[in-house]
Write a protein that binds this ligand. Structure first.
Ligand SMILES: [Zn+2]
Ligand SMILES: [Zn+2]
Length: 104
């Protein structure tokens, strides 16, 4: 057993990572739920990562104008949110948003 969570590369599909089981490699507190720019992260770390504006040189990807996948619902403020790697949703107000832009 290792104490440091092993990061899962972001290119892996949701089916290929232990969603909700493996710990986030950044905060070591919450389970991984969403693919960040390099590795799979928990919802909180994913939200933090997406607060940073994209670098000028990195134009290969299209960035969403706003990130709704946050640890607290932007619509109703509830913390009862969850994600499965492709979608993020709030169980209180049923807001649901797609978080994986590429692919289908
Ligand atoms: Zn985290
Ligand atoms: Zn909500």
């Amino acid at each position: 057993m290792t104490l440091v969570p092993e990061p899962f590369p972001a290119r892996l599909l949701p089916e290929e990572v232990p969603l909700g089981t493996a710990l986030c490699p950044r905060c070591h507190e919450r389970p991984i739920k969403l693919a960040g720019q390099e590795v799979w992260l928990c919802i909180a770390c994913y939200a933090l990562e997406h607060q940073h504006p994209p670098r000028p040189g990195d134009r290969s990807r299209s960035y969403l104008p706003a990130n709704f996948a946050t640890p607290e619902c932007l619509a109703c403020g509830s913390g009862a949110v969850d994600a499965d790697g492709r979608l993020w949703w709030c169980t209180s107000c049923r807001l649901c948003t797609r978080v994986r832009g590429e692919g289908r």
